[in-house]
Design a protein around this ligand. Structure first.
Ligand SMILES: Cc1cc2nc3c(=O)[nH]c(=O)nc-3n(C[C@H](O)[C@H](O)[C@H](O)COP(=O)(O)OP(=O)(O)OC[C@H]3O[C@@H](n4cnc5c(N)ncnc54)[C@H](O)[C@@H]3O)c2cc1C
Length: 287
């Protein structure tokens, strides 16, 4: 299949891209890695009057750690995040999740910003952004705003991004020495989208008691879901078996999974329980 005809522009700066976006209105599509947009255009499941290519915007391609925050430019490729020493040290959960995104060829082209705006409910970056309570910086020709990842995803392939907005930056807190994480996903084959995936982050105190907990689920709900009820029961615990089992039960109860050829509602719910338990065990084993 071939895409419908569209005009094409390749701006040299974010300001130029924002001006083009404002001018083109609702008919414009931004092209980052093209790993989701191009197949959708080719299959005519998406359309565009104008395609604005972001690939010359080197100002959106960066990984910087400063003042306890890891700042990532939206045009940063999955592969760059997977192999970055800064990411591995500052947020090892992100490096681990990056390695699960599709295949190497896709990771070489696809970008974290494109994945977040594409908002596949089974994708790794939306899951990680919600788990880590990331902040997303969006710009338009009239200004900028930050939005919490937990408020960004509103449905499958749907976010709060306005047609004239460009996602510029993703900000996550740097993990401390007391931070533990777990990441588990179930796929039919390596590189496939997850049937279900779970990520967690825990902050322990000196007595190995959990003080802050976050647990989120992908692939089993219409958005990547932070499971607050499950996280709440972990706070104050020391990884006791009964508490971890309770958290996994709560995560499974919170999701509203789809049913498709890869898994029924019941199967996905059970997998959320299993993966949650494994992710929490993994986090405590890092202690
Ligand atoms: C065979 C295959 C397997 C895959 N497997 C996985 C997988 O297992 N896990 C996974 O997470 N993903 C997977 N992907 C998708 C991949 O991660 C894509 O890279 C990602 O979904 C989109 O990123 P992109 O940079 O390619 O964005 P594009 O495809 O270029 O854009 C996607 C959408 O985001 C918009 N957009 C892009 N950048 C911005 C921006 N900065 N601001 C505002 N809007 C923007 C575009 O307009 C478009 O609507 C797979 C893709 C393929 C083809």
């Amino acid at each position: 299949m071939k895409p419908p005809p569209f005009s094409y522009a390749c701006p040299d700066s974010v300001d130029e891209a924002l001006a083009l976006l404002a001018e083109a209105g609702d008919g414009a599509k931004l092209l980052a890695g093209g790993q989701s947009l191009v197949p959708l255009l080719n299959l005519r499941m998406a359309w565009a009057d104008a395609v604005i290519d972001l690939n010359r915007l080197s100002e959106l391609d960066f990984i910087v750690q400063e003042n306890g925050t890891l700042r990532i430019g939206a045009l940063t490729r999955h592969r760059a995040l997977e192999v970055s020493d800064t990411v591995r040290t500052a947020q090892p959960l992100m490096a681990r999740a990056a390695s699960e995104v599709g295949h190497l060829a896709i990771r070489n082209r696809g970008t974290i910003g494109g994945s977040l705006v594409h908002a596949d409910p089974a994708a790794e970056w939306p899951l990680v952004a919600v788990t880590l309570d990331a902040e997303l910086l969006l710009r338009s020709h009239t200004g900028s705003r930050t939005v919490a990842a937990r408020d960004f995803f509103v449905g499958p392939l749907t976010t709060t991004t306005e047609p004239n907005e460009l996602l510029c930056e993703i900000r996550v807190p740097v993990a401390s020495e007391q931070t533990r994480w777990g990441f588990q996903e179930l796929c039919r084959r390596p590189g496939d989208f997850a049937i279900a995936a779970v990520a967690c982050q825990l902050t322990l105190d000196d007595s190995q008691t959990c003080r802050v907990a976050s647990l989120a689920v992908a692939g089993a709900h219409d958005v990547p879901l932070a499971v607050a009820e499950a996280a709440a029961c972990l706070v104050g615990s020391r990884g006791e078996d009964a508490v971890l089992a309770e958290a996994a039960d709560r995560a499974a109860a919170a999701v509203d999974p789809p049913s498709d050829v890869h898994g029924s509602v019941d199967f996905r719910r059970r997998m959320v329980r299993v993966l949650s338990r494994r992710a929490l065990d993994q986090a405590w084993q890092h202690s």
